[in-house]
Structures are given as C-alpha cells and as structure tokens.
Design a protein around this ligand. Structure first.
Ligand code: ZN
Ligand code: ZN
Ligand code: FE
Length: 764
C-alpha cells in the first residue's frame, strides 16, 4: 500500500549536495514527490511503498554527503498526491527559522583528479569545485543558498556547466559555484602597478616566487602573502614590509611528506592537516637544516597547512616549493579581501598579485589549531569551521547576540540551543577591525535571519565591544571575563556545573574593577564565586606594561626588595633607564595609572623579563611564549608559592617564587631549568588550590581556560597533576582557550539566564 510522508532535515544540509543525494535515493527507491531548500532546511515529500519509504528515510541520513551535518530530522504522514515523478523544486525564501550556511571546504579528491587530468575539460582550471568542495561561507551574500545570492551571480553558466548543474546524477548537480574555463572566473597575475602579465599566471607566479618575490594570493577568505620559505632574505623582506618583527609566519607545503621534512607529524595532526577544514596546524619543529630562520624566531613550533584551493594546488604541485603563506595585511589590521582595497593596502608589501574576478563576500582568516592529547585544540577558529554551529542542550528559543571580548574577537549568535560563532574578527582596537565587527554582525543577521532579543557583553566598561552592546536598544547581560572563559569550557562539554574554573590569562576586568587573570572560580550557569586568585600587584603604566614586561618585573622587585632593588646584580636593571624606572615606581606608589592586577600572564611576563628573555613584546604573549620555549623538558624541580587569606578567599603569593628565581639566577643556574621550575611551580600551585576548593565544596570537575593555556608545557603538567589527584579535567576542543572563545561562554550564560533576564530578576 502506498503512503506519503513529509520529512524535514535540519542542520548543515544546504550547499553540500544534499538535494541531489535525496533525488538519487528517491529514484533508486522508486518514490515520487519533491525536495526543496528552504531557509529552515531541506524539506522532502516522498510517496511510495511503505518499506521503500522506510529504507529511503534511513539511507537519506546514513549515506548523506560528506559535508552534510544533519542535526535533526522529523517526518509525518500526509495525504497522497499521486505525482508521477520525483522533482527538485525551486528554493523558497520566506520561511522563518534560521537556515544553515555551510563552511568553505578544501578541494575534494574527485576535483583534484580532474584538475590534474590533461583530458579533463577543467584541466588546470583554478576554480574547479563540486557539491563536495569549494567556496561557500565566503561567497554567500544572502539566502537561500542559490547562485543568485552568491558572488557567482555574475557568471552565467555555459551549456556544459548547465548540463552538469541540472543533472541529478552529476557530482555538480546544483553546485552553486560550478564553473569552467569557458564561463567561470579567471586567474591573472598583476604587477604592483596593476598591469596584467602575459602568459600562464601560475607559471609566472612560480617564477617570481623562485626569484624571492612576494606574491599576494587571493584565497578563499582573503589575500595571503606568499614567499619562498627557504629564502631567508625574502622572508626578512616580508617581515620588514609587513611590520611584523617576530610573530611566526604560517607555511604551506605541497603534501604531508613535505611537511614531515621540517616537522614531526602525529597521526592526529596528519588527519587535521588533510581534513576538509584545512587549518594551520602547529607542529613541533624537526632539528636539522630547513627553512628560513625568520619564519618563526625563538619557536619550537611551525604552523603548516596543506593546499586547500585549486590555485594553491596548482602553485604547490607545479613548483614543489614550501611557501610562507601569511595573512595579507599590514601588522594588526584585518586581512584584505576586497580586490581594489586589497591592491591598495598590499601594494607596499607585495611585488605581484595572483588574483581573480570571483569576489569574496566576507573575510575569513585561516584557522589555527594544535593537537593536545590527540584532540584538536583550536587557537583560531575561522575558515573551514565557521559558521558550523555548536550545540547546547538548552531549550531556550529566543535569540541572543554575544559580542565577545576585545582581543582576538569573535561574536556569536545563539538560538534554539545552537551557537554560531563568527569568523576571527581580530583585536578591536582600530577602525578597520571595528567596522569588520559591525559588518559581520549585520551579515549574520541577514544570512541567518537573526533578530537578537538580548545582548551579552564583557564587564569591561572600556571595550569597544561593550560600547557597541550598550548602544543597542536591547536587554543586556554583562558577564565577567573569566566567568565567560569557564562557561565556554562548560558549554563545550555540556557541563551543568558547579565546576572549578581555572582561568589564567592576560587581562580581564574584575567585579572589583581590578584586572584579573589568575583566577579560581567555583561556577555554574547561574553565578560564580571567586575562591582564589594571584596576589594583586601594580601594573606600572597600565596597558603599557603588556608591551613592556620589564615593568612587571620592576613592580615585583620593588614589592620584594623596596629601594634595595637597585643593588641587585641583575643584567636586566642595567638595560632599563634608571631615571624612567624611578619615576614609574613613584607614580605607581601614588597609584597613578597603575591598576592592580592578579594576572597570570603578567607573572609570566615578569619572569621572562627577569631572565632577560624579553624586555619588550613584539606580539601578544611573546614573553610567556619565549619562557615556555626555553623550559627544560627533563627538569623536575618546582618553586613554591605561599598562600594567605582574604575574606575567605585564598590569595596565592608569587613572592617566594620570584625570590628563588633571583637566587638561582645569582648562582648562574641554567635559565632553561629556572623556566621549567617556574612552570612546575605554577602547575603544582594550581592543582593544590583546586584541592583546597574541592575540600570545601566537594566539586571535583575542573575547567581550564584562558590564553595562558596556550602554553602546553603548563597545560599538560597541570592536567596530569590534577588527574593524579582524581579530578576530572576539561579543556577546550571546539573554541580557542584564548579570548576567541569568550563569545561562546557569553552566549551559553545568556541562553541559560534568558528566562531570568526577561522576568527582570537577573544581576550581572
Ligand atoms: Zn569537488
Ligand atoms: Zn562552464
Ligand atoms: Fe581572556
């Protein structure tokens, strides 16, 4: 007997070949009916024998296309319609629930085969793609996901492409960016003046790269700057022109084998390198001759990625070079992505432009990840991952916007138990980044049809993200920074709490208006208690102490030795101007521009400066990173903190640790051993404090978050000790541990508290 059912598929089911998949299955099971894309997802009506319907339903999920992520299906029986065929209907655009735009995906194996097959009509065509791969998020202007709403709208398909597009049996059936050399975008190589070079752009670009020239390459989410990674002079030139002193450059290698020449690659790392998301993976450098030193000065890691667009594949395969592939921007500006703007901005840096006429609609930087204990540990979640939603099991239906923090900003929208984090926006301290932030929010409202009813922001009154939030005519929720860090780990692991949140980072505004950053919070979704923190110390000159870590060292020396500090036999004291330093300490004593901080990041800075590693920082976190890099892996010793109490809170005193550092420096102890003993000291201290909190509260779950946990020396040791003591330890696996993950914590807290907010009973 015939039946008819209507099925809804919700999730990442658009732009991933889902409709052709449904079409083929319906054909195979001899069912009639239709399928279409709406903004709520994919709807299917099928009619036929009952067993065929059941088989169809199962296969539709089990055999879904590789890029599809079905979150929910629902079906119901409806009256028969008795059509003859199964058809793909035109997209509708007037549904009310948000849709899901899928992420950009690396060129798939089938397309790669064609790209390098001289008999194929897309042989060496730099824009080859299919339903399993290619641009998505970065070319979508509006919804539904159909060609007229993408930046491919200006490329009418030729008859051959149209045949593929309309043939349900074809791999390019309804592939919106489908194109070929006849009808699609074209690649060109331009010189600095914008003049087009004659001949094959790929071959020309390779010739220029071999000469040590800098080539700007238009990629998926923006321009990249490429240079031969073995050419030290060329890499140095790139550093100078980009005004980037030491911050490591990412690399692109032709294949895994090439990566292995320069770095150790575990199985988990290899899998990530080759995944459709193709992030930059930080890998341990291999000893031996290799790439230009200027790529990653004072680092033990190299960031590698594999080619992910056909342009990259052609460049890599035909040159066999390893290239520096860094974001196309000057210093801290956002990555350039619009053609004219990019040419103007990158002209002082790039000698040539390998570019094309398929516009990028929204910028999206390369993602950066590491592997921790065989799991992905994101450092920047952007291209390839965005806008894939994160799932929360909260029933709240209302929509909220979480504006994130200040550094490494991402914002997030949350609705119906899902959080969609934005691509990496950057540090919100210049006009360009701020407008990227605002435009990003508007874009999300459009493509996901979000209309927020609540805005969640950081407690810091001076963050531009806070000002933005405060200007919106919406109910607001302010969330303390380290509480948001902790909540982001809880959200990832579906923890209800209470947990012990260990939040170690550089800067976060505290409820007492001090700058926090070495925090132990007992937290659930409805509040937190600050159980312990690092002892406060003045940050002489405020924010300047972040760029000049010697100020933190000086501040500690003054605390410990008073005026005697000037008699200490410290090399570092001879490198700073005594008069300036004295003024600074006087100002600090009077409380002028010297906020109090409990930041763990600043403690690492102080030790780094004392050891003479870094008196000033050329990028965020550099002093701490260089301290980690010299830490001796074989050393087991640890310096001991002391503890005091303040109104029921444990106050962790770094003073004895710093005394030991200085003592051992006086004995000319190896700085690598001192660095290791400091790291071990922090790990043991943190585990010990967690034990004390467990004794009081009975809570045995620990969430580790904050930028300091980008330090694997510390992270692995602390996690190890905690587990020995019987704690369950949670670390990030989906969003960054740095401030790029703050918006998730804000969103989770906001969703959970939505009901209170709307009944008027909330507090910050
Ligand atoms: Zn493909
Ligand atoms: Zn064509
Ligand atoms: Fe933070």
């Amino acid at each position: 007997m015939s039946k008819r059912i209507r099925i809804r598929y919700v999730g990442a089911v658009q732009g991933v070949g889902f409709r052709p998949h449904i079409y083929r299955l319906a054909q195979a099971h001899r069912l009639s009916g239709w399928v279409n894309n709406g903004s709520a997802g994919v709807t299917v009506e099928v009619e036929g024998e009952e067993t065929a319907l059941a088989d169809f339903l199962k296969a539709s999920v089990d055999q879904a296309p590789v890029l599809a992520r079905i979150r929910k299906t629902a079906h119901q029986e409806i009256p028969l319609a008795r059509e003859k065929d199964f058809v793909i209907r035109r997209s509708e655009s007037n549904d009310t629930v948000s849709t899901q735009v899928s992420a950009d995906a690396a060129t798939c194996p089938d397309c790669l085969k064609e790209l390098f097959d001289p008999a194929d009509r897309r042989y060496r065509y730099p824009f080859i793609n299919c339903t399993n791969c290619g641009p998505r998020y970065t070319i979508i202007e509006g919804i539904p996901y159909d060609r007229p709403f993408t930046t491919m709208k200006n490329f009418p398909m030729c008859p051959d492409c149209k045949l593929e597009y309309n043939n349900p049996a074809d791999r390019r059936f309804h592939a919106q960016p489908n194109a070929c050399p006849v009808c699609g975008p074209q690649l060109v190589l331009l010189d600095r003046q914008g003049r087009k070079l004659k001949g094959d752009p790929i071959k020309n670009a390779i010739a220029r790269l071999r000469q040590g020239k800098i080539v700007a390459v238009k990629s998926l989410g923006g321009f990249q700057l490429a240079v031969d990674a073995e050419n030290q002079a060329a890499v140095k030139t790139l550093r100078q022109r980009k005004v980037r002193e030491d911050k490591p450059f990412a690399l692109m290698a032709p294949d895994l084998e090439a990566v292995r020449k320069y770095a150790e690659v575990s199985e988990a790392e290899a899998e990530l390198l080759a995944s459709p998301e193709r992030p930059i993976v930080l890998l341990e450098k291999r000893p031996g001759p290799g790439l230009a030193k200027a790529i990653a000065p004072n680092q033990k890691c190299l960031g590698f990625m594999l080619p992910y667009t056909p342009v990259h594949h052609l460049l890599m395969a035909e040159s066999n070079l390893v290239l520096v592939m860094t974001s196309g921007n000057l210093s801290d500006e956002p990555i350039a992505f619009k053609d004219n703007e990019a040419r103007a901005r990158l002209q002082p840096i790039a000698d040539f432009f390998l570019t094309h006429n398929r516009p990028i609609f929204i910028r999206c930087d390369d993602s950066v990840v590491r592997v921790f204990e065989n799991q992905i540990y994101p450092l920047r979640r952007s291209r390839g991952y965005v806008p894939r939603p994160l799932e929360l099991h909260f029933p709240e239906k209302r929509t909220l916007l979480a504006v994130g923090a200040h550094l490494k900003n991402t914002f997030a929208f949350a609705q119906a138990g899902q959080v969609i984090l934005s691509h990496h926006i950057g540090d919100l301290d210049n006009l360009e980044t701020m407008s990227a932030f605002e435009e990003g929010i508007e874009h999300y409202k459009k493509i996901f049809e979000f209309e927020p009813e609540l805005v969640v922001h950081d407690l810091h009154p001076d963050y531009l993200s806070t000002s933005y939030a405060l200007a919106l005519k919406l109910p607001k929720l302010a969330v303390q920074h380290h509480y948001a860090h902790t909540a982001s780990v809880m959200a990832e692991h579906n923890l209800e709490g209470p947990v012990i949140g260990v939040a170690f980072d550089g800067t976060g505004y505290g409820t007492d208006a001090a700058i926090w950053g070495g925090e132990f919070l007992l937290a659930d979704y409805f509040g937190f208690e600050r159980k312990a923190h690092l002892q406060y110390i003045a940050m002489p000159g405020g924010e300047k102490a972040i760029k000049q870590p010697w100020r933190m060292a000086l501040s500690w020396l003054e605390r410990i030795y008073g005026k005697d500090l000037w008699n200490l036999p410290l090399a570092f004291l001879r490198k700073i101007k005594r008069q300036d330093a004295k003024f600074l300490l006087e100002a600090s004593a009077r409380g002028v521009n010297s906020p109090e901080t409990s930041s763990m990041g600043r403690l690492f800075d102080a030790v780094s400066a004392l050891l003479g590693l870094r008196l000033s920082a050329n990028y965020e976190g550099q002093p701490a990173i260089e301290l980690e890099m010299i830490a001796d892996e074989s050393e087991r010793g640890a310096y001991e903190f002391s503890y005091s109490e303040d109104g029921g809170k444990i106050v962790v005193e770094p003073e004895p640790v710093l005394r030991r550092v200085l003592e051992e420096m006086g004995k000319k102890e190896d700085p690598g051993k001192i660095a290791a003993r400091f790291h071990h000291g922090v790990a043991r201290m943190a585990a010990g404090v967690c034990e004390k909190i467990r004794e009081q509260s009975g809570v045995g779950e620990v969430a580790l978050s904050g930028g300091v946990f980008q330090n694997f020396f510390l992270l692995s040791r602390l996690k190890g000790i905690l587990e020995e003591k019987g704690f369950r330890v949670y670390v990030h696996q989906q969003v960054p541990t740095n401030d790029g993950g703050i918006s998730l914590g804000q969103a989770a807290l906001g969703l959970r508290r939505m009901r209170d907010v709307f009944s008027g009973s909330h507090e910050g």
